[in-house]
Design a protein around this ligand. Structure first.
Ligand code: AFP
Length: 315
């Protein structure tokens, strides 16, 4: 939940809001460039080719034309922003160096279109971005200087934080992002759960936690899209999302750099928590671009309870 900004004559736009946050001009510029790039991604999602691109990514997953197009839109925007030194994308095999001089620069890790396979059944998808100062992308997520996602759903919303709380902007009919929620805050616990992965592959510990949630009356809400599923928990301020360690994939499915760190940063900024079952996601040091990790993310008490049930069992 968050404070709805008072109705003001002038809708607060993103750049004006950022300038009021007393952050560096370079970071304001970077965040605005990403917001601008999302408008071209929206156009691609709405009208683009839904076919396959005939290529595969680092994980050997077939890339959809939309994945490749969205990645190219974001990468070009970041390359020419003048404030980015290194780029890592879920759709690229390695880090892309824009400049070797990290002074005053940022490095960006992003998933250009998470859940892209959902576009052809008209379900919500999103862009996820994590921002680091300097040139090191393989540092713990706790060192990030900002994170954001753009959710392409019935409405287009953008949620960001630079460490001073979580804010939501919604795109209006002129394709401008205007402030719709300030200082989003999560409740201590909630009644929604988003259980990723095949139940037949759950560990006994995770199975026990799911049964606990069901017995206490939590409602299952799962779309298969990380961004809309997290957004629901964040904006309603209640619940927990998990993509756990599975018997056939002990590190779960989701990627630490491109999916988990940015969302963990935002959820912690809103008073929630995110763990791999043993330690906070943001304290993990990525061993490589393709590192995956189990995740339990959402209300603090729900995440703590999950850790209790897991009893120290983690990848
Ligand atoms: P795609 O990006 O390959 O569509 O996967 C989406 C995702 O990475 C994430 O958005 C979802 O939370 C998760 O996968 C869903 O995975 P399952 O399909 O195994 O539930």
């Amino acid at each position: 939940m968050g404070k709805e900004p008072g109705s003001t004559k002038f809708q607060t736009d993103f750049r004006r809001h950022l300038r009021e946050q007393n952050i560096s001009g370079n970071l304001v510029h970077l965040l605005c460039e990403i917001a601008e790039a999302s408008k071209y991604v929206i156009n691609a999602v709405r009208t683009g080719d839904l076919g396959v691109a005939g290529t595969s990514n680092l994980y050997g997953e077939e890339q959809l034309a939309l994945d490749v197009l969205s990645d190219r839109i974001l990468r070009k925007r970041l390359m020419y922003s003048g404030v980015v030194c290194n780029i890592a994308s879920e759709e690229m095999d390695e880090i892309f160096q824009v400049t070797s001089n990290p002074l005053g620069m940022f490095s960006v890790a992003y998933d250009p279109l998470d859940g892209s396979s959902l576009v052809d059944v008209n379900l919500a998808v999103g862009t996820i971005v994590g921002i680091y100062q300097g040139d090191n992308l393989l540092q713990p997520g706790r060192n990030m200087v900002g994170a954001m996602y753009i959710l392409y759903g019935p409405r287009v919303s953008m949620v960001y934080s630079v460490g001073k709380g979580v804010y939501e902007f919604t795109m209006n009919h002129l394709m401008e992002f205007t402030l719709t929620r300030e200082k989003v805050q999560m409740k201590p616990s909630g009644d929604i759960y988003s259980p990723g992965g095949l139940r037949k592959n759950y560990t006994p510990e995770n199975e026990a936690y799911i049964r606990y949630l069901e017995n206490k009356g939590s409602k299952l809400r799962y779309s298969g899209g990380f961004v809309p599923d997290i957004n629901q928990i964040l904006m309603k301020g209640k619940g927990i999302f998990m993509y756990p360690a599975l018997t056939d994939s002990p590190n779960g499915k989701l990627r630490l750099l491109f999916e988990l760190n940015p969302m963990a940063y935002l959820i912690e900024q809103a008073g929630g928590a995110a763990t791999n079952g043993c330690m906070p996601i943001l304290d993990m040091t990525p061993e490589g671009l393709d590192q995956r990790a189990p995740i339990y993310i959402g209300c603090k008490e729900d995440v703590a309870k999950a850790t209790e049930f897991l009893n120290g069992v983690c990848a």
